[in-house]
Design a protein around this ligand. Structure first.
Ligand SMILES: Cc1cc2nc3c(=O)[nH]c(=O)nc-3n(C[C@H](O)[C@H](O)[C@H](O)COP(=O)(O)O)c2cc1C
Length: 321
């Protein structure tokens, strides 16, 4: 059940994509997602050098024989990123699946993906971007609605409208997400014509997620009301967990604070401190409204199996009603 063009093209058991998560999408976590039947995506932006990045790919290859992907970050970053160098490594290591997110990939980069025979997935938040990358030769488009954790863009379209609109607009297979956290969300997104789902926030509360146990527990205790938007004033809107750092960020923005002040709050080093040491107010954590649907901390395998089982059961109940 739930075999789609996405499971065929990516050669995965379940049409479940583990969303790229900066600092969290490490080789161990990626391999665990792929071993559980989904598609893990390594965040290349974690790595400061070509050598470290190549070592991370070797590590994934030693941990799984299942397909995995690598994310090439096209969002503005705090440090200069040479994506061409990362793509050199992808080609050297024979990586088969690449995901881009952020702005549209430059033409030259896309040509390198295509030339190397990679399956290229682009993640975005609106029809216009999906059509653009379809014209540029993308193989799959991922769209995430406004309730998602992380970058929300400027269009503010919720998943329930965005997914069917994009499915109707493009010929490419679509992966949909933003708020998917259980079998009901999974089935809803597939019912709207997507052929796979992407899940980020819900994966934070799993045994394998490389973040502090106190942070996982805080997310289990959180509800759908505990997220907020920050960085809209600098054209980089993100949905994040509403902790002290996020509230401070918004306060600075509302007070007309300067860019450096905002960046000092949202810096990755602060977030890393929160992930590693469990200091819950140290930094910003991207977090979607689906956090209200996370009530426990299962293994990835248990979570994926449960999602598929629940979706199958619900589909049966609806058909029989
Ligand atoms: C903690 C966290 C970090 C994220 N970091 C990134 C990132 O670095 N790059 C990216 O393209 N998306 C990032 N995302 C977005 C996810 O890849 C995914 O698109 C999103 O989480 C899906 O929506 P959901 O959170 O409602 O499941 C992040 C999401 C979370 C929760």
């Amino acid at each position: 059940m739930f075999r789609t063009r996405i499971t065929e093209m990516l050669n995965i058991k379940y049409p479940i994509i583990g969303g790229t998560m900066m600092w969290i999408s490490t080789p161990e976590f990626i391999a665990a997602i792929s071993n559980a039947g989904g598609l893990g995506i390594l965040a290349s932006a974690i790595y400061q050098s070509k050598e470290e990045f190549a070592a991370a790919i070797d590590q994934i290859l030693s941990l799984t024989d299942k397909p995995f992907a690598v994310n090439i970050n096209l969002f503005p970053a705090m440090r200069a990123i040479d994506n061409d160098e990362y793509v050199d490594v992808l080609i050297e290591k024979g990586v088969r699946i690449v995901e881009t997110s952020g702005h549209s990939a430059p033409e030259a980069l896309c040509e390198r993906f295509k030339g190397a025979g990679m399956t290229w997935i682009h993640k975005c938040v609106g029809i216009r971007y999906a059509l653009k990358v379809q014209n540029m030769g993308a193989d799959i488009v991922t769209v995430v609605g406004y309730e998602n954790g992380g970058a929300t863009g400027r269009l503010d379209i919720c998943t329930l409208v965005l997914v069917p609109r994009v499915v109707d607009a493009v010929k490419l297979p679509v992966i949909g997400g933003g708020g998917v956290a259980d079998g009901r969300g999974f089935l809803a997104v597939l019912s709207m014509g997507a052929e796979g789902v992407i899940i980020g926030t819900r994966l934070l509360a799993t045994k394998e997620a490389p973040i502090h146990e106190d942070l996982k527990q805080a997310l289990v205790n959180a509800s759908e009301l505990d997220t907020m938007l920050v960085m809209r004033s600098i054209n980089s809107t993100h949905r994040v967990w509403a902790n002290a750092a996020a509230r401070k960020c918004l306060e600075v923005e509302n007070g007309g604070g300067d860019l450096n002040e905002i960046l000092s709050i949202v810096a990755g080093t602060n977030a890393k401190k929160m992930y590693d040491e469990g200091d819950l107010d140290a930094g910003i954590l991207s977090c979607g409204q689906g956090v209200g649907l996370a009530h426990d901390i299962p293994t990835l395998q248990d979570l994926f199996d449960r999602i598929i089982e629940e979706a199958s059961q619900k589909a049966g109940e609806i058909a029989a009603s």
